[in-house]
Design a binder for this molecule. Structure first.
Ligand code: ATP
Ligand code: MG
Length: 171
C-alpha cells in the first residue's frame, strides 16, 4: 500500500498549476498506473508540448482510463485538471465502473511554481501570466470538488510517503 489514506484502487486526479510538482508526485506510483497528458501528446504527435495535439491526447487518455476502470485498476491522471469540465468527465468514467475517486490538490505556492519555470528549456516554459491563472483556478477548484463527486479530497503534502521518495531521488 503506497498511501494508506487513499483507496487501494481508484481514480486519482492530480490538480495543480505548471511547476506544482504533479509529474514528480505521479512518479511515486507504478508507471503503468499513470496517464500523463504530456506523454500522450508525445505519443500522438512526437511533441509533448504540441498544444494542437491536446484534444487527440485527451481522447486517448479517456479511452485508456475507461479500459483501466473496467479492470478496476488504480489510475493516476497527471495533467493540470484545473477545469471543472475536464474533472467531471474523469469522475464520470470512474463512477460508471463503481470506482472511488480521489482529488489530490498540488497546492504549491505560486512563487515556487513560477521559480520552477526558469530552469526549464524555453519550449517547456509556461508564461508567468498563464501560471498565475492556473494557480488561481487550482485554488478556486478546491470548493467545488465535493460537489463534482470526488469521494476523497486531499492535499499532496499530506501524502506522507512523498518525502522519503524525494530524498531517494536526490541521492
Ligand atoms: P507541468 O504542469 O508543467 O507538467 P508539474 O506540476 O508536472 O508541471 P513537475 O515537473 O513535477 O511539475 O515539477 C517541477 C519541478 O519542481 C521539477 O524540477 C521537480 O524536480 C521540482 N519538484 C517537484 N516537486 C517537488 C518537491 N516536492 N520538492 C522539491 N522539488 C520538487
Ligand atoms: Mg508535469
Amino acid at each position: 500500500v503506497l498511501y494508506p489514506n487513499l483507496p487501494e484502487s481508484g481514480l486519482i486526479v492530480l490538480i495543480g498549476a505548471s511547476g506544482a510538482g504533479k509529474s514528480t508526485l505521479a512518479r511515486t506510483w507504478p508507471a503503468s498506473q499513470v496517464l500523463s497528458l504530456d506523454a500522450l501528446r508525445d505519443t500522438v504527435s512526437d511533441d509533448p508540448g504540441d498544444q494542437d495535439a491536446t484534444a487527440d491526447a485527451a481522447d486517448v487518455l479517456k479511452l485508456i482510463l475507461e479500459r483501466r476502470m473496467a479492470r478496476k485498476l488504480n489510475t493516476v491522471i497527471d495533467a493540470r485538471n484545473i477545469e471543472q469540465s475536464v474533472r467531471v468527465e474523469l469522475v464520470m468514467a470512474a463512477k460508471r465502473h463503481g470506482m472511488p475517486t480521489v482529488a489530490v490538490i498540488v497546492a504549491t505556492p505560486l512563487r515556487v511554481c513560477l521559480e520552477r519555470q526558469s530552469p526549464r528549456p524555453t519550449i517547456r516554459r509556461v508564461p508567468e501570466d498563464v501560471v498565475r491563472a492556473q494557480h488561481r483556478a487550482m485554488v478556486h477548484s478546491h470548493q467545488r470538488l465535493a460537489a463534482e463527486g470526488f469521494n476523497t479530497i486531499v492535499f499532496a503534502d499530506t501524502l506522507y510517503r512523498l518525502e522519503p521518495f524525494l530524498k531517494q531521488l536526490s541521492q
